[in-house]
Design a protein around this ligand. Sequence first.
Ligand code: SAH
Length: 335
Amino acid sequence: MSDIQTYAQTNAPAKTGKIMLVGLGPGAVEHMTGRARAAIAEADTIIGYVTYVRLVADLIDGKEVIKKSMTEELDRAIEALDRAKQGKKVALISSGDAGVYGMAGPTFEVLFQAGWTPDSDIEVEIVPGASALNTCAALVGAPLTHDFCAISLSDLLTPWPTIARRLDAVAYSDFVVALYNPKSGRRTRQIQEAQRIFLRHRDPNTPVAIVKSAFRPKQRLEFTTLEKMAEADIGMLSTVLIGNSNTFIQGGLMVTPRGYANKYDVAEGERSTKGGEQAGRSLSTGLNGWLEAIRESGKSAAELAVEYRLPEDYIAAALAAGPEEDIAESAEAEA
Ligand code: SAH
């Protein structure tokens, strides 16, 4: 029996409608992916915020277009489901990536509430796009080359204490941070509070870049410092990038070093490893080296906790695990 017959006999419903969650990137046609454009071309119905619908104007001739305002995310998802149930292919379009503060989450919430499962007859495809943090970073240099995170300052759906706690944690732990939704006509104090929290942990001279309307006609870049950031021109279409303690600005570029200076000396174009370090191996202060050092220090977990700003119970547990648990330093080279 052929697979097709088996399929027909089990009466599995053929996929009928389709919902495509399409990230358009920052807002320039050149930065849209091939799949994003193809998904829009393939769709019968396009649903999205007016500005983004305009970006794909050349692809939507003859299609049903449902323009929605910013605040109607759930309505957009409900409408998409409705059309898909009728067997239509629907493209829900978002700026950047649809999964980053975009339509992907609310759409799945609506789908699951309606009893949808991945096996049901409506197919869902998520088409990734370059998010604001990627595109804004590309415009200012290389600010995200080390650990970073994104925080939205929008308190429309998230309580302020939750946002403040996250700001505090990442400021303390020296992440590079991309602030989404930093300010709007009505939300002007959030960015000041973010600055206040950051200044508790970070140097006032920490570099900050503010990118407005990346890859759009009104694009604007501004470099400033943590101390002065709240005075800058920030709006709904800005992303604020705050550096970590190693980030610097040089020649009009914001750069976060990857950490090569911890391992190599570079002089006159020649590269040599620093004493005690080996190419392709963890740093001497990497996990195994560090464990050895704290073990040999003879210090208590409490003392070490203060020294390394780590929880005492973690240090105690790591010490208690003993050297036999050290993962034999694999010879694998790190990229
Ligand atoms: N899904 C989008 C984010 C939507 S939230 C993405 O992945 O990029 C809206 C926020 O995104 C804005 O307040 C701003 O902080 C940021 N943003 C979106 N497009 C931008 C652009 N072209 N330039 C700068 N920031 C942008």
